[in-house]
Write a protein that binds this ligand. Structure first.
Ligand code: NAI
Length: 319
């Protein structure tokens, strides 16, 4: 197996001042890449800011003999994202990969979420990802090369109590990736999303917010999974997806206590109603079992038109 090199590559990693992002930055630098370590340096809720986090990771990389520069811009602001990309291009001339990883957390029951908290979470995750990706997109398109990693989450893909805004933002990021993968494929830009799992300040806060019983259950799980909840257990996937070796696009991958897997949206064969008259609610009730039945497998559409094509094929089979 040939080793994966980032020699000559410039990679922007957002939220790289701590947690999982820091591990991407360290590994890419170790592989010869130049890393732009972007981090606002605020708290878990996205309040305050400081250069200390980005500076700390840049110092670690340089001490180990690698190349890195800090960026303290907030991805949540259009100007911040544009400055991050513009200064990187000015300094290095090109950007090969972007890992959208920055994020914050403000948990609350749905009825208690303030507009401020909802907006802050959307801004850091969804707008932040949009802002930086939009700033780098024309450059990657012109160069006909790019790798963009989007960070979604189990909460966005499956749901999780207390995290309505976070889930909406993370699911939105998957939607953004789905479109950019299609728009980027003719221009050498590959887009994939990953769902990490790691202990760190985000998981600590989550456990505090979930209450004592949930914390005890989570702690018991940690006892079984051992070290595999360390941020480093997510590093390889993000590094691979941002490398030249990656040929995948338009996929979502989960990194979960040492297991890497594909996550997808599938559609069951379902129940085929009449095409001459619309179904009634009673028809739905009568056929609910067929609609949700997984025993005949499922299909994974790439485009909305794939689903129509699948249904038409099914009709032809029946005829
Ligand atoms: P973390 O809190 O350790 O790292 C996130 C980093 O983003 C922080 O260093 C923070 O300062 C930075 N950041 C926040 N807002 C920013 C902004 N506006 N501009 C620039 N930087 C900003 O969190 P962790 O655990 O490393 O998570 C990394 C990513 O993975 C996040 O997007 C998170 O939502 C996602 N994720 C994490 C999971 C986990 O189990 N830790 C599970 C699923 C998703």
């Amino acid at each position: 197996m040939s080793s994966i090199s980032f020699e000559g590559r410039v990679v922007v990693v957002t939220g790289a001042g701590g947690g999982i992002g820091r591990t991407y930055a360290l590994d890419i630098a170790k592989r010869g890449g130049t890393v732009v370590v972007n981090d606002l340096g605020g708290d878990i809720a996205g309040r305050k800011s400081s250069p200390a986090m980005a500076d700390g990771v840049v110092a670690e990389i340089r001490t180990a003999g690698g190349r890195a520069v800090p960026s303290y811009d907030s991805v949540a602001s259009v100007q911040g994202a544009q400055r991050l990309i513009a200064t990187t291009l000015k300094e290095f001339g090109h950007i090969d990969a972007l890992i959208n990883n920055a994020g914050i957390m403000r948990n609350a029951l749905f009825e208690d979420v303030s507009d401020d908290d909802f907006d802050a979470v959307m801004d850091a995750h969804l707008r932040g990802t949009l802002n930086v990706t939009r700033a780098v997109w024309p450059h990657m398109k012109a160069r006909k090369y790019g790798r963009i990693v989007f960070t979604t989450s189990g909460t966005g893909m499956y749901g999780n109590k207390l995290q309505a805004g976070y889930a909406a933002a993370k699911a939105g990021i998957t939607g953004l990736m789905n479109v950019l993968a299609l728009e980027g494929e003719d221009h050498g830009i590959l887009c994939n999303a990953l769902m990490p799992n790691a202990l760190g300040r985000m998981a600590d806060q989550m456990m505090r917010d979930m209450g004592q019983q949930a914390t005890q259950e989570a702690t018991a799980t940690m006892g079984v999974v051992g070290n595999s909840m360390a941020p480093e257990f997510n590093t390889a996937l993000g590094v691979y997806l941002s490398s030249e070796a990656c040929a995948s696009t338009h996929y979502v991958y989960s990194s979960c206590v040492g297991r890497i897997a594909r996550v997808f949206v599938g559609v069951t064969p379902g129940w085929q109603g009449s095409r001459e008259r619309p179904a009634t609610a009673e028809d739905i009730a009568a056929h609910f079992g067929e609609i949700t039945d997984l025993s005949h497998g499922f299909q994974i559409p790439t485009y909305p038109r794939d689903e129509i094509e699948l249904v038409m094929k099914h009709k032809r089979t029946l005829a």
